[in-house]
Write a protein that binds this ligand. Structure first.
Ligand code: DGL
Length: 266
């Protein structure tokens, strides 16, 4: 267990396998407007979803160690794949609080009328024991139809959100779920909220699209409060974004004037 000094004016650290976790950063920045943030996009190693658990743990340690060197007071694992495979390891080896993200099965199970819910997520998330345990716990009596989103993260990382290729892949993935009468679709990967406009175009209007971004931001605030780590400052915070690959897509998705986006070999 590594000890460290946590100060309320230190930044919030956030990491993802790539650009997708910026969907979570946006919710965090909205909920906590006076907090400094440092975001790591490990795009050189994306996608995590096709890697072994050991490899996902190793990469999550690498990202965590970098954020701790920058004195982050809390770490948001803005990646379902890293959370479901590595958060137990991280929590048991580091003193800093960790916030994770998992597919929002519970709200979907509460909202569904057809008792059929679709989950679109990576192979790494769908095969994890954390995901299976959550499904078992919260989706009793509900049919959960799992679909691996193979190829989606790569297209988003390449900035091809509105491409024909993306549309075709999504239709292939979603049609079987629609045929089975789902009425909720859980976005189980932090890259996927960027697909919402395309999804709304493809899906019938009654399908509820559910993601966990807001819940993660609320939880981050609650944990900072519990640990007396909320910033006291009223100033505009600094937002630093680092990618270990091309920064163009990251810049486009962050799309915030106060954000500084740079290349970094972390
Ligand atoms: N954003 C990651 C997640 O939430 C993408 C995983 C990947 O890189 O495959 O799962």
């Amino acid at each position: 267990m590594k000890h460290l000094f946590l100060d309320m004016e230190n930044p919030i650290g956030i990491f993802d396998s790539g650009v997708g976790g910026t969907s979570i950063w946006k919710e965090v920045a909205k909920t906590l407007p006076h907090e400094h943030t440092i975001y790591l996009a490990d795009s050189a190693n994306a996608p995590y979803g096709e890697k072994s658990k050991e490899e996902i743990v190793r990469l999550s340690i690498k990202n965590t160690e970098y954020l701790l060197k920058q004195n982050c007071k809390i770490i948001v694992v803005a990646c379902n794949t890293a959370t479901t495979n590595a958060i137990d390891y991280l929590r048991s080896h580091y003193k800093v609080p960790f916030i994770g993200i998992e597919p929002a099965i519970k709200p979907a199970a509460l909202q569904t009328k057809t008792k059929k819910v679709g989950v679109l997520a990576t192979k790494g998330t769908l095969s994890s024991s954390l995901f299976h345990n959550t499904s078992k716990l919260f989706a009793e009596g509900i049919t959960v139809l799992e679909q691996e989103g193979k190829g989606l993260v790569e297209l988003i990382e390449a900035g091809k959100i509105e491409s024909e290729e993306m549309r075709d892949l999504l239709i292939d993935f979603l049609q079987p779920m629609l045929n089975q009468d789902i009425d909720c679709l859980v976005l189980g990967c932090t890259h996927y909220p960027y697909l919402i406009p395309v999804l709304k175009d493809i899906l019938p209007g009654h399908i509820n699209i559910i993601d966990s971004g807001e819940a993660v931001a609320r939880q981050t605030k609650a944990v900072l409060e519990q640990n007396s780590l909320l910033s006291n400052s009223e100033d505009s915070p600094e937002h630093l974004f680092y990618s270990n690959a091309d920064t163009e897509v990251l810049k486009t998705l962050v799309n915030t004037p106060s954000a500084k986006v740079s290349y970094l070999d972390f």
